[in-house]
Design a protein. Sequence first.
Length: 147
Amino acid sequence: MKKLFFIPIFCLSQMTTNWLTDFNEAKKQSEQKHELILLNFSGSDWCSSCIRLHKEMFESTVFIQFSDSNLVLMNADFPRLNKHQLSKQLQNQNDSLADKYNPNGKFPYTLLMTADGKVLKDWDDGMPKETVEEFVKEIKTVCDANK
């Protein structure tokens, strides 16, 4: 009986989100699953607010449990260190996404959008001011309104 008790706790501690890096794949999954895309622009190796956003919000159990069955997650990363450089193809894709959705170069910048690219909500003030639970509730409200 003790083993059954420890398994769920271990599984929860190992939960991670599945962030896509291919926008075409994100759009395809969004269409197939009838889920919205959460697109996050980040500087994973230089932007302290981006790192904090991922750690405190996107890696939280509350966010993961919601996003796993309600969102297609897409990360457009803009690392600066040579050891984290993206492939030319991925860098070009992210540059194109930034030109279209983040022309002012805000980091972090998060958008909730449909599969066809219509932006429904955005968070451009860096780290959201609300708690993880409030952030997820905001996303859920938009998702429910677009079903």
